[in-house]
Design a protein around this ligand. Structure first.
Ligand code: NAD
Length: 480
């Protein structure tokens, strides 16, 4: 049995209550037991991070580079094993789990390099004889709060820049999937991080998360999760004395536009991948398929046929295309929206059935609605499951208007062979990330990630843009 303990000031702490981490593919399988951290442990973690900050923020780029690179090497060497743990606790398929673990390794390699690329500016002053220097400095103790759906990649894309730019960290992962973050923290600690630089406190959001937000020694909070929690994070960061810097990555209701001139095969693959892979549990998932009328029927027929060939089964089984939903709560939410959709007059043309497999798990057939209008709740609210809606429109102009008619703005995509429409969509889609003839859920790790409108708040994550959040700029004047 794996024991997912807290890491505080370089020590693994096993004391306190524990809760089981259950495999959603087989609820008889307990992946491990996680400690339930307390406010007192959170306070101890912040104190340790505060004490470690002066030395870590002044550590040479070489020191930081070597630790992050070593961690990256170990993650990549162990990606199969880490991916298996991830898929077992979260339910995405094994290839998806291994891919996510490898992504964590790539992220650490990128930010290891960033340690060596920290730069400033030196410019002449507008006053004679004075020098001006602009440098970036670490913020202090950074609190990281992460969701359950990317249990190793999201912690990686927050921890890596936080450490690379000289901050110390307290991370609170989602209590549903503590194992992958625990494994990542273990790797980093053994890679040589001085004690207190990285602290892990597993526990409930309402207890450990809330305590992190209230703590006066936490300078900044990077949060990924739902809009409802994000708003609490923002309110708490503003109310805290001193106020905290914060960054929020939240939900989506992402559109994938399919135009009459699209390559049908490309459009179907983009839709299947974006809407249903990872069980639709991606913030960047395409939940609105906005399709022009000339291709609508052909697209729905081809997509339905493709869906009927997908295997929904145990995440670890070879050949599984779609794993289970993460837990009973999420499954209840998916089923609730399936009945809301039917009540609203949408037509369920495929799936939506609970499935039985060899072991008891949260299996749900991917579901496709047609005859959906963009005003329906299933087109406006984030479902976060394998449920997609087809919205029929007359032309490109209507498609663009529908795509943008949402409170969210994370990712958006278009399938078309027209350069004119592709260019127009890239320019006018109200989203942080836009994809042309590509699944809208997959992103690179060396470029900015994030959205606009109700999906995100604050600077982007990932790539060199991560420095905007994890550092503060200092302007120094010298009269030599
Ligand atoms: P959630 O908001 O329920 O939880 C996120 C984290 O916040 C968890 O660690 C949780 O324990 C913590 N938390 C809960 N209440 C808290 C409180 N009062 N104070 C402090 N922390 C608290 O989200 P979830 O269900 O884990 O994740 C799914 C959501 O995450 C979806 O809305 C999805 O779109 C979003 N998401 C967004 C992105 C993105 O980059 N935009 C990426 C992945 C997931």
């Amino acid at each position: 049995m794996l024991m997912f303990n807290n890491l505080i000031d370089g020590e693994w702490m096993s004391d306190g209550a524990r809760s089981p981490n259950v495999n959603p593919s087989d609820t008889n399988d307990t992946v491990g037991e996680a400690v339930r951290g307390t406010r007192a442990q959170l306070d101890a973690a912040v104190s340790a991070a505060k004490a470690a900050f002066p030395a870590w923020s002044r550590a040479t780029p070489q020191v930081r580079y070597e630790i992050l690179k070593k961690a990256s090497d170990e993650i990549l060497a162990r990606k199969d094993e880490l991916g298996r743990l991830l898929s077992r606790e979260e339910g995405k398929t094994l290839p998806e789990g291994i891919g996510e673990a490898a992504r964590a390794g790539q992220i650490f390699a990128f930010f290891a390099g960033e340690c060596l690329r920290m730069a400033g500016e030196k410019l002449p002053s507008v006053r004679p004889g004075i020098d001006v220097e602009i440098t970036r400095e670490a913020l202090g103790v950074v609190g990281l709060i992460t969701p359950w759906n990317f249990p190793i990649a999201i912690p990686a894309w927050k921890i890596a820049p936080a450490l690379a730019y000289g901050n110390t960290v307290v991370i609170k992962p989602a209590d549903l999937v503590p194992g992958s973050t625990w494994a990542l923290v273990d790797i980093l600690q053994r890679a040589g991080l001085p004690k207190g630089v990285l602290n892990l406190v597993i526990g409930r959001g309402s207890e450990v998360g809330a305590a992190l937000l209230e703590h006066p020694d936490v300078a900044a909070v990077s949060f990924t999760g739902s809009v409802a929690t994000g708003q609490k994070v923002a309110a708490a960061c503003v109310a805290s004395r001193p106020m905290k810097k914060f960054q929020l990555e939240m939900g989506g209701k992402n559109p994938l536009v399919i135009l009459d001139d699209a390559d049908l095969k490309v459009a179907v693959e983009c839709a299947v991948n974006s809407a249903f892979f990872s069980t639709g549990q991606r913030c960047t998932a395409a939940s609105r398929l906005i399709v022009t009328k000339g291709i609508h029927d052909k697209f729905v027929a081809a997509l339905t046929e493709r869906l009927s060939g997908l295997k929904v089964d145990d995440a670890l089984k070879a050949g599984t295309d779609i794993g289970p939903v993460v837990d009973q709560n999420q499954l209840d939410q998916d089923l609730k929206y399936l009945s809301i959709g039917k009540d609203e007059g949408a037509k369920l043309v495929f799936g939506g059935e609970r499935l039985k497999r060899d072991a008891p798990g949260f299996y749900l057939q991917p579901a496709l609605f047609t005859e959906v209008t963009n005003k329906m709740r299933i087109a406006r609210e984030e479902i976060f499951g394998p449920v997609a809606s087809v919205i029929r429109v007359n032309d490109y102009a209507e498609a663009l208007a529908a795509a943008n008619d949402t409170e969210f703005g994370l990712s958006a995509g278009i399938c078309t062979t027209s350069l004119k429409y592709a260019s127009d969509f890239k320019r006018n889609a109200e989203a942080g990330m836009v994809m042309v003839n590509l699944p809208i859920a997959g992103v690179d790790y060396h470029v900015p990630f994030g959205g606009r409108k109700g999906s995100s708040y604050g600077p982007r994550e990932q790539g060199k843009y991560a420095a905007e959040f994890y550092t503060t700029v200092k302007t120094a004047y010298t009269n030599p």
